[in-house]
Design a protein around this ligand. Structure first.
Ligand code: ZN
Length: 611
């Protein structure tokens, strides 16, 4: 295989005793040809094309520098939009991902150019009348109003600053750019100065305004630097009104703006890793359990009109504005952090797989070479991606006139599709996702190549090569809860006899691997229903991990169709037919339901055929 150039990176400084399993660096894993890689390519096209001068416009204008004749952006980056420049941090992160995973030097150079220009903005703070370290596309007076609780323009200033900080951290971490580190540390210092002046009560009042993952990025900065100062600042952003009920496992989410909360929970997970205080772990895992069990649709997304609804209220909220994409992006980040604390639990990556395949993979428009995305994923009967009033329905993002939150998080999602396939500790390799990819496990001198058509096929093959195969290590493979007891693990063409229990990890223990060894995992798929928590007579239909949707072409639906479950018939692959409202309808993966009206939840009658 080709030898890839070494990537410059900055390693984390803090050690985390609580973390049992580590992710691989992005530079260790590459996608190979697949539906996943197609998504990545489209997003990378856009990342390499977008005009950097336009992205810098609001930063330069705010910090008193020339905008160099650039055209201002529209949408959520327009010069009069309250939290303009919330998006640029996502671009920084996505470019950093591309450099790490693809060795793409154009993406690296775009990231470091943007950082260098942001450094110039920050350096002009005195002339602009801002405090040392400040960096944003709107004036610092927004924070004065935020602290005084007089902000009336709908701004969420810390939400935007969080994104900039996270982007700078990723450019430092994945590209090794020390200028990004310096700009970040100065900005973090500004946050410390600004918040250290506030009383606990003032701070808690201020946290009533959405602040993204300020506790998350500051705890992550502690992880990166080992400097406890940042952990202290992170903890100032612990939002008691949200954390206290979760610490005692109470579901008080009804009515809360959903994506305002999830980043706080990721922060709690990182604060647990930083401090060892169990209460943070309780908050994060209770939040995850409550959200997954009582607030998530079959596709893994949550929220309706951006808000949490009462526990288990699913069938009552199947509308055009369900499942904001950012929430799922953040739930996946939370899932990953929690799983590393409890790697025996297969439930975490069962959810990860469900939400990634059924929500985020299909969020992107496969017909668009720039990989534009939807904000919500409509779950109303007859819903359609790309159609709707402004961002309120399912319309696609654009090159320069949307810059929604969900457009920013999708840049990250589609450039880190490789980041959670494999994990490891000293002697164990975990295979969590079935995605065509190559892992270079440097510590073991081993290369693992995963070949699969999953989820179109039910089989994946892992081939081990490389020189460092003299020491035995374990391979643990997630056996999803949706598979049957007939799954099998075949090693070098022979059934291994290893126990394959749905909802657990199968273990190939202590094997001395030889170059060319193959492990084939077969995970039989069957039809199943995913009933709405609040109505057992309403359900989505899945085959294995894949939610199927009815293809209604351009026909509209005035009510939820009634599906005769016993009529479901497999044509080939993931394509089925069935009878709904007495008419034949084609069912296929929801992630591929593009340019058609679709139906995900059905009134169900009868029983599924035995497969
Ligand atoms: Zn969003």
């Amino acid at each position: 295989m080709t030898v890839l150039p070494t990537v410059a990176q900055a390693a984390p400084a803090a050690t985390e005793a609580s973390t049992l399993v580590s992710p691989f660096n992005l530079s260790a894993v590459s996608l190979t040809d697949s539906r996943w890689m197609d998504n990545q390519k489209r997003t990378v096209n856009y990342l390499k094309w977008v005009d950097l001068e336009r992205l810098l416009y609001n930063f330069r204008a705010t910090h008193g520098l020339s905008t160099k004749g650039a055209t201002p952006n529209g949408g959520w980056d327009a010069p009069n939009f309250p939290f303009r420049t919330h998006a640029q941090g996502h671009y920084l992160t996505a470019w950093a991902h591309c450099y790490a995973s693809l060795r793409d030097t154009l993406c690296r150079d775009r990231a470091t150019y943007l950082v260098a220009e942001l450094a110039k903005c920050q350096a002009n703070n005195k002339a602009a009348g801002f405090g040392a370290g400040y960096l944003s596309g709107f004036p610092e007076s927004e924070f004065t109003a935020l602290e005084a609780r007089t902000l009336s323009n709908g701004n969420v200033p810390y939400y935007a600053v969080h994104k900039t900080m996270a982007g700078l951290l990723d450019v430092w971490r994945h590209i090794g750019d020390t200028k990004a580190r310096d700009v970040l540390l100065a900005l973090a210092g500004w946050v410390d100065t600004r918040t250290s002046r506030l009383s606990y009560g003032q701070m808690q009042a201020m946290l009533g305004t959405e602040f993204g993952g300020m506790n998350e990025v500051l705890a992550d900065l502690y992880r990166q630097t080992g400097d406890k100062r940042w952990l202290t600042v992170a903890q100032r952003f612990d939002h008691a009104a949200v954390f206290d009920p979760l610490a005692s496992n109470q579901d008080k989410l009804n009515g809360l703006h959903a994506n305002t909360q999830v980043p706080k929970w990721i922060g709690a997970a990182l604060e647990y890793k930083g401090t060892g205080t169990i209460r943070y772990w309780d908050i994060a895992r209770n939040a995850w359990n409550i959200t997954v069990a009582a607030h998530s649709y079959a596709i893994g997304g949550n929220s309706q009109a951006e808000h949490f609804r009462p526990p288990n209220a699913i069938s009552q909220y199947l509308t055009k504005d369900t499942a904001e994409a950012c929430n799922t992006y953040n739930m996946l980040k939370l899932t990953r952090e929690l799983w590393t604390l409890n790697p025996d639990s297969a439930a975490y990556f069962d959810f990860y797989e469900r939400a990634l395949i059924n929500h985020l993979l299909g969020q992107q428009n496969p017909a668009d070479s720039h990989g534009h995305v939807t904000y919500f994923t409509p779950l109303n009967s007859g819903g359609r991606r790309g159609v709707g009033p402004a961002w309120g329905g399912g319309t696609w993002s654009t090159d320069y006139d949307s810059f929604w939150c969900c457009q920013g998080t999708a840049l990250e999602t589609n450039t880190k599709l490789m980041d959670s396939i494999y994990f490891h500790d000293q002697s164990r390799l975990f295979v969590n996702l079935f995605t065509p990819s190559i892992l270079r496990w440097a510590e073991r001198g081993a290369t693992i190549t995963q070949t699969t058509a999953f989820p179109v096929g039910d089989t994946t093959t892992l081939t081990v090569s490389g020189s460092g195969t003299n020491q035995p290590w374990d391979m643990l493979i997630r056996i999803p809860s949706w598979t049957t007891s007939k799954g099998e693990i075949i090693i070098n063409g022979k059934n291994s006899g290893i126990r394959v229990v749905p909802g657990s990890y199968a273990v190939i223990s202590g094997r001395a691997w030889k170059a060319g060894d193959t492990v084939t995992v077969r995970l039989p798929m069957t039809l199943r229903t995913v009933p709405a928590n609040d109505n057992p007579g309403v359900a989505a239909v899945a085959y294995g991990p894949v939610i199927l949707s009815g293809d209604y072409g351009n026909n509209s639906l005035s009510s939820m169709p009634t599906l005769a479950l016993d009529s479901l018939h497999r044509i080939q692959g993931l394509e089925f037919t069935a009878s709904a409202d007495g008419k034949t309808v084609r069912l296929a993966p929801f992630y591929d339901a593009h340019a058609v009206n679709y139906n995900v939840y059905w009134v169900t009658r009868g029983r599924l055929p035995r497969t």
